[in-house]
Ligand binder design. Structure first.
Ligand SMILES: [Zn+2]
Length: 305
């Protein structure tokens, strides 16, 4: 009996250790485009929120506040952010107008962060919360180590925690092609692109699980990046379902960042925004990028045309 209990305890702890976890992070609120009209933006956000609620997902949305100020639409656009908080989601700062730290003078970039957090901070505070997280546009963390160190001490001083990304699946590529199909009312193409996106995303999860295993020797709570756009409005549900079927549990950013993996040094300097898993593996970013599963050439061609 005693041995049986010990065995059971071991099995339970193994099960706990093997629990896959992910935080869903959604960038470029209130719209990653390409459609610019308010009704469409409202619809996309509604669908993204409804899907998150269906799967009980505590997502975080990263805001570009410049998208709120469109004349007489301002109140309705601000309402979208309120809807996110009402749905139990969190919000973070993604700069005012989405410049890259790679080619923006540091002082201008800092001003973008301050300007980009004004309304969202007020809203979070009015809801008994506070602004905590910053996500770099294009995942660019700086053109050189000095700029980067200066910017990161500024972020810390302003009370921001960097929101890293371990998994992304080039949703912007699929979304451009998908939006084109939406414009042409081509439902066959929409379905094909949507399904290809879901399959590619699940493949990228499997890939980054392998990378974590190979570089850190274990699984970690992943941070998934996608954008608020028509493709994700229609297909995030299928991705959540796929992840759930693979045993993933959806957690919030605070919980994910408690994992000591996120204390590793980010060694990457350069123009391209890449997974933090690659950044932590000093000197090997290029090798990892080259080994990564490629996008379907047919979709890439459509994206480039
Ligand atoms: Zn962005």
């Amino acid at each position: 009996m005693k041995q049986y209990i010990v065995l059971l305890a071991v099995l339970v702890s193994l099960k706990l250790a093997a629990q896959k976890q992910v935080v869903i992070t959604i960038d470029d609120l209130i719209s990653n485009g390409p459609f610019k009209d308010l009704a469409h933006i409202q619809q996309v956000n509604r669908q993204v929120l409804d899907t998150a609620l269906t799967y009980g997902i505590p997502a975080i949305g990263f805001v570009n506040e410049d998208k709120l100020f469109r004349g007489n639409e301002e109140a309705d656009r601000k309402q979208i952010l309120e809807d996110w908080l009402k749905a139990g989601m969190d919000l973070g700062n993604h700069t005012y107008s989405h410049p890259s730290l790679y080619n923006t003078p540091l002082e201008d970039f800092k001003a973008e962060v301050l300007k980009g957090g004004v309304y969202t901070s007020q809203l979070l505070e009015a809801n008994g919360s506070q602004m905590r997280y910053f996500r770099h546009p294009f995942l660019n963390t700086g053109p050189d180590s000095t700029t980067r160190a200066d910017f990161e001490s500024f972020l810390a001083q302003e009370g921001y925690i960097i929101a890293p990304v371990t998994v992304e699946s080039s949703d912007y590529v699929f979304n451009k092609v998908y939006a084109n199909a939406v414009l042409n009312s081509d439902t066959t193409e929409m379905k094909a692109i949507g399904e290809a996106y879901v399959a590619h995303t699940l493949k990228m999860f499997a890939w980054f699980e392998e990378v974590a295993d190979s570089t850190l020797g274990r699984e970690i709570p992943h941070t998934f990046l996608c954008h608020v756009n028509p493709l994700n409005a229609d297909y995030l549900g299928a991705i959540y379902k796929g992840l759930q079927d693979q045993g993933y549990e959806f957690i919030n950013l605070e919980e994910a960042l408690k994992d000591p993996a996120y204390d590793h040094v980010d060694y990457h300097i350069g123009e391209w925004g890449v997974s933090w898993l690659y950044r932590w593996d000093k000197g090997n970013v290029k090798q990892w990028l080259m080994a990564e599963p490629a996008l379907d050439p047919e979709i890439l061609e459509k994206y480039n045309n």
